[in-house]
Each structure stands twice: as structure tokens, then as C-alpha cells.
Design a protein around this ligand. Structure first.
Ligand SMILES: Cc1cc2nc3c(=O)[nH]c(=O)nc-3n(C[C@H](O)[C@H](O)[C@H](O)COP(=O)(O)OP(=O)(O)OC[C@H]3O[C@@H](n4cnc5c(N)ncnc54)[C@H](O)[C@@H]3O)c2cc1C
Length: 389
């Protein structure tokens, strides 16, 4: 059967090369990893060694200097192959903060070893248990004492900490009652997790619905050298905001990869599975939901490419990036549901990988940003309706 993605010929070299890496890590690999609640170390290492996770690092620092469109194709292909970008995508998402706001010294120190695959920047610590989505209420506090910041507080759902060397941390550096704007007084730090032997930081894993390495973090007088502050103190919220459009577009691409994977599985099964002496896909009750899911994935994919095109052209893309993430997460979730339904009981069998991908793609409705928060962005910033919070 031909490729159902009409863009399969665009960036064909990237797609082929990423698929070649992913092919080694088949369903059996992912099932084995999940059974042992393990981390797909070999998979992440293979992608790292092939340079795919350093795509956004400029060539002068040893990276590929790829566009966001190209980076999005890499993540799409990872998910399209049946794998899960969640094990390693943060390096793409958070790279922009370091590239745009890091000092020349920080870039010289960290980017070449990241590009060479010697260091991993895979962790991003924003969410807190008592603040949730309201990031401006971040309570984790970093107090400057001499040449260090002393961090105290708590984070939750912080992924890949145990498999990353570096972590971007958002913390308050000016108490909220002393700032005029609620977005002020927050700062971003590039935390080197190898330093200090983890003193003052407790990492407690959270068991969860997907096999995702994610943790609670407890900071107790945790020291960060002042030189690891990114950009200006107190301006961190803006730096984080700055990276959100890229993040939304990259997540949309992962969802598109999932969506095509589910539809491919569904259409093949619907064509091959014989019940009542005919392929189940001959019944419109089976065929139409698959066609509808395909229409939704294709439409979302157009918005993803439009968001990426605008981003790469340096034009405003907030609306398109958010719409792409919203539409793509909905489309992949719908495709997941249809794929599972098409497979009947077999959809629940671990060996088909559908139930795993079903759980994995569900996460995109919640993390890294919930559907409601995207809708509120669209309502307020695109449609000009009253601010709701
Ligand atoms: C597996 C996993 C991995 C994660 N990895 C990371 C990570 O690496 N780093 C990190 O910082 N975070 C991470 N997160 C956290 C994730 O970004 C948050 O869970 C997500 O942003 C939602 O925040 P919350 O869970 O606090 O929900 P809440 O903010 O408590 O919201 C709960 C529900 O209420 C809705 N809601 C809240 N306020 C409003 C409103 N005003 N209007 C309408 N609806 C509203 C939300 O949309 C949501 O559905 C991860 C989460 C998961 C589950």
C-alpha cells in the first residue's frame, strides 16, 4: 500500500534516515521496556548518536542547524514509526531558550557536548503541585547568595531527570508581593545535574499511565552557580513564553505521526480482517470513522506546516502554533480511538502496540499544555474575547 501521508516525499531524506534508526526498535522492544518500567536508553542513544536530537543546534556549535519544520519532521517520524518521542523530545523543545537567551559562555560550554551526544538536556522543570497551570504563581524560590543561588521548593511531573545531565529550571527570584507584574520576578536556570552530587535535591519517581520517566522534585538548599542563570534575572517567564510556539508545533508534529500510525494500522486491519465472510472495512460503519480520522489528521497537518513555515520565516505564529497543537492532539486521539475500535478485542492486546500508543497519545491533551488552556489562548488572543483568568 502507498504512503497515506501526501507529504512523505518532502524531507524524504530526513524521514528515511529517522525511520532507519527507529526500525531497529520495534514493537517487541517497546513492549519489553514497558514491562520492566524501563527507560528506552538504547533508542535514545541511537537517536542521539545519529545527531537527530541536536538538530536545532546551530552548525557553529556542532549541530545540524535545522529549521523548525525539519525538526518537526524528525519527531513526526519517530512517532510515525510506532516509537514514543516522549523519551527524548525535550531537548528539541527547550533548546530555543538556551539558543536565544543563553550567554556566549553558556553556549560554548554546553552546546558542543550536547551536539556531540556527550551531554543530554532533556529535562524542564516548570510544573508545581500547588500552582498547576498558573505558572506565574511559581513558588520554588532561588535566593542569590554570593556567587550561587540557593533553591528551595517543589516541582511535580518533571520528566527524564534520571536520564538527563542538564535541566532547565523555572524559579521565583523576587517574591510575588514585590513585583508589579505577575510575570516578573521569575528566572530560568540551566542546572547541571552532575554537579554537587545531587545534594539538596530529592527525585521521587511517579508511577503513571504511560511508561514515562517523570518525577517529583524536592529542593532543599540546592545550590546553582550564579553563572547558570539564563539571561536576565526576573525575566525568565518571557524566555519560557518565547519557546512555547516552537514547542506547540513540535508536539503537533508528534501527534500527526501518531495519527498516521493509527490510521495505517486501522486501514490495514480493516482490509484484512474477515468477519461475516467479508473484510470488516467493507462495512461503512468501520470504514467511515477511519476516513474521518484521516481527514482530521490531514487538516491538522496543514496547520502544523503553516505554523512551522511562519516560525521559520520569523513571523508571528502564536495562533497557528496553538491551533496546530489543539487540532493535532484531537486528531491523534480520535485516530487512536478509531484504531482501537477497528481492532475489536485485539486492540487491547499488548502485542499489537495499539493500547500503548492509545495511552501515549492521550497525554497530549494534558501535557505539556492542556486543551482548555489552548482554547483560552485562542478565545482571548485570536478572537479578542474577554480574558478568563
Ligand atoms: C506524564 C507527564 C509528564 C509531564 N512532564 C512535565 C515536565 O517534564 N515538566 C513540567 O514542567 N511539567 C510536566 N508535566 C506537567 C504538565 O505540563 C501539567 O500536568 C499540565 O500543564 C497541566 O497542569 P496540572 O496538571 O497542574 O493541571 P491543572 O492546572 O491543575 O488543571 C487541571 C484541569 O483543569 C483545567 N483548568 C485549569 N484552569 C482552567 C481555567 N482557567 N479554565 C479552564 N480550564 C482550566 C485544565 O485544563 C486541566 O484540564 C507532565 C505531566 C504529565 C502527566
Amino acid at each position: 500500500m502507498s504512503d497515506i501521508n501526501p507529504r512523505a516525499q518532502q524531507h524524504a531524506d530526513i524521514r528515511r534516515a529517522v525511520r532507519d534508526v527507529c526500525r531497529t526498535f520495534d514493537g517487541a522492544y517497546w513492549q519489553k521496556i514497558e514491562k520492566s518500567s524501563g527507560y528506552p536508553e538504547a533508542f535514545v542513544q541511537a537517536l542521539t548518536e545519529a545527531g537527530w536530537l541536536a538538530a536545532l543546534i546551530p552548525e557553529e556549535y556542532g549541530g545540524a542547524g535545522s529549521s523548525l519544520t525539519e525538526a518537526s519532521v524528525i519527531l513526526e517520524e519517530i512517532n510515525r514509526s510506532g516509537a514514543n518521542s516522549g523519551a527524548c523530545h525535550a531537548q528539541m523543545y527547550i533548546m530555543g531558550t538556551v539558543l536565544r537567551h543563553g550567554s556566549p559562555d553558556q553556549k560554548r560550554k554546553y552546546l558542543p557536548p550536547i551536539a556531540a551526544g556527550q551531554l543530554r538536556l532533556q529535562s524542564f522543570a516548570v510544573t508545581e503541585p500547588s500552582t498547576g497551570t498558573d505558572t506565574t504563581r511559581t513558588k520554588t524560590f532561588a535566593e542569590k547568595r554570593g556567587d550561587r543561588y540557593i533553591v528551595n521548593g517543589q516541582k511535580v511531573w518533571i520528566s527524564r531527570v534520571q536520564h538527563s545531565d542538564l535541566m532547565l529550571l523555572l524559579a521565583r527570584t523576587t517574591p510575588s508581593e514585590q513585583v508589579t507584574k505577575r510575570t516578573d520576578g521569575l528566572s530560568v536556570f540551566l542546572v547541571d545535574l552532575r554537579e554537587g552530587g545531587g545534594k539538596g535535591l530529592i527525585v521521587r519517581p511517579i508511577e503513571n499511565m504511560v511508561n514515562h520517566e517523570t518525577n517529583e522534585l524536592f529542593f532543599d538548599d540546592f545550590e546553582v552557580p550564579a553563572g547558570n542563570l539564563i539571561g536576565e534575572e526576573g525575566k525568565g517567564f518571557r524566555y519560557i513564553l518565547d519557546g512555547w510556539n516552537a514547542e506547540r508545533i513540535l508536539i503537533a508534529a508528534e501527534c500527526i505521526g501518531d495519527g498516521y500510525w493509527f490510521i495505517d494500522k486501522a486501514r490495514k486491519y480493516a482490509t484484512e480482517r474477515i468477519v461475516f465472510d467479508r473484510p470488516i472495512g467493507q462495512n461503512q460503519g468501520v470504514q467511515f470513522p477511519i476516513a474521518q480520522a484521516y481527514a482530521n489528521v490531514r487538516a491538522a497537518d496543514l496547520m502544523r506546516y503553516e505554523g512551522a513555515r511562519l516560525f521559520d520565516a520569523g513571523e508571528p505564529c502564536g495562533a497557528e502554533a496553538n491551533l496546530a497543537k489543539l487540532l493535532a492532539a484531537d486528531a491523534s486521539w480520535q485516530a487512536a480511538n478509531v484504531c482501537l475500535q477497528t481492532h475489536g478485542g485485539f486492540g487491547f492486546a499488548t502485542e499489537y502496540d495499539i493500547e500503548r500508543k492509545f495511552r501515549e497519545t492521550r497525554l497530549y491533551q494534558v501535557a505539556p499544555i492542556t486543551t482548555n488552556l489552548i482554547l483560552s489562548f485562542v478565545g482571548e488572543h485570536v478572537l479578542g474575547m474577554p480574558r478568563s483568568f
